[in-house]
Design a protein around this ligand. Structure first.
Ligand code: SF4
Length: 316
């Protein structure tokens, strides 16, 4: 029965992956251990998010850090619905045709951020290729609503690539998010299989453009390792990101969500992550976070504070 339900759920969440060949899921190594989501604080965060009728990437992507993050009230809001128009091979978010935009959502996000009492919030979204502006205006309205409702709260947006959506990045940056984040996810050689709907140089240019439009803000990008990339390829991506003046790099381990997702090539060891972090710091990033469980929004608040300090030290 469980098998039937799992197969059905997978087919419903990822119809485009249902007929792909199975990739066996490898056992996690000892260094990937997560806290179970059982605390009272975790339940309180869940209740607040539910009351706001919001989606979170923490739940939709089945993030392994949810027990830890939600016990500190750090939920990452996912706006514009729970259904994505892309079908990336690594991602566990449901794919399909999304619903119409929920026009009250920006205010509900702002109210929820206030209730959670967040000093720094990360707001992401599904890809909305169906919308004329890719959802840029909705992002801007949400940033503005949070700034208005909680003037002391800093906003980090983690956006799609807005491929073929002229003017979208200008709209988002006009709302002055303190951090603009867009993940490259993987090395250019693997784009066709891992991010088939995206273009490496479009993503890179988006980050560069965000910095041009708001140089006082911070830009951030992330990579997953374990998909078959080499250390040399990662170092090249670091150079590309520095050339685009990106401030903050996150690197985490890819964990294969189901047998229908991209095959996990290997687990990188904690020592290898430490090595990548040293290289990235030497290349001049203001802030680097690299560990097996690093995700874009993991420790985003304390990392933002440290990044601001690092910039002040550099220019102060
Ligand atoms: S790492 Fe990010 S996505 Fe994962 S639980 Fe924490 S806040 Fe949510």
């Amino acid at each position: 029965m469980t098998t039937v339900i799992n197969t059905l759920d997978r087919a419903l969440r990822h119809p485009e992956k249902a007929h792909r060949p199975d990739n066996a899921i490898q056992r996690k190594p000892d260094w990937i251990r997560v806290k179970a989501p059982v605390s009272r604080e975790y339940a309180a965060t869940r209740d607040i998010v539910r009351a706001g009728k919001l989606h979170t990437v923490c739940e939709e992507a089945a993030c392994p850090n949810i027990g830890e993050c939600w016990s500190k009230r750090h939920a990452t809001m996912m706006i514009m619905g729970g259904t994505c128009t892309r079908a990336c091979a690594f991602c566990n978010v449901r794919t399909g045709l999304p619903d119409a935009l929920d026009t009250d959502e920006p205010e509900r996000v702002a109210a929820t951020v206030k209730t959670l009492g967040l000093a720094h919030v990360v707001i992401t979204s599904v890809d909305r290729d169906d919308l004329a502006d890719g959802g840029a205006e909705h992002f801007a309205r949400t940033i503005n609503a949070v700034h208005q409702e909680s003037p002391g709260t800093t906003v980090e947006v983690l956006t799609p690539d807005f491929l073929r959506k002229d003017g979208a990045i200008e709209t988002v940056m006009a709302a002055r998010p303190e951090v603009f984040n867009h993940n490259l996810e993987t090395v250019p050689r693997l784009y066709l299989t891992i991010r088939p709907g995206a273009r490496y140089y479009v993503s890179l240019r988006l980050l560069e453009r965000a910095k041009e439009l708001y140089p006082e803000g911070f830009t951030k990008s992330g990579l997953m390792v374990g998909l078959g990339e080499t250390r040399e390829e990662i170092m090249q991506v670091m150079d590309d990101l520095r050339a685009a003046k990106v401030d903050f790099l996150t690197i985490g381990q890819y964990l294969q969500p189901t047998r229908k997702h991209a095959r996990l090539d290997r687990f990188w060891t904690p020592e290898e992550f430490a090595g990548l972090e040293s290289i990235a710091r030497a290349k001049g990033f203001l802030m680097v976070s690299a560990s097996p469980l690093t995700r874009s929004s993991y420790h985003a608040d304390s990392d933002f504070a440290e990044m601001k300090k690092n910039r002040a030290a550099q220019f102060g």
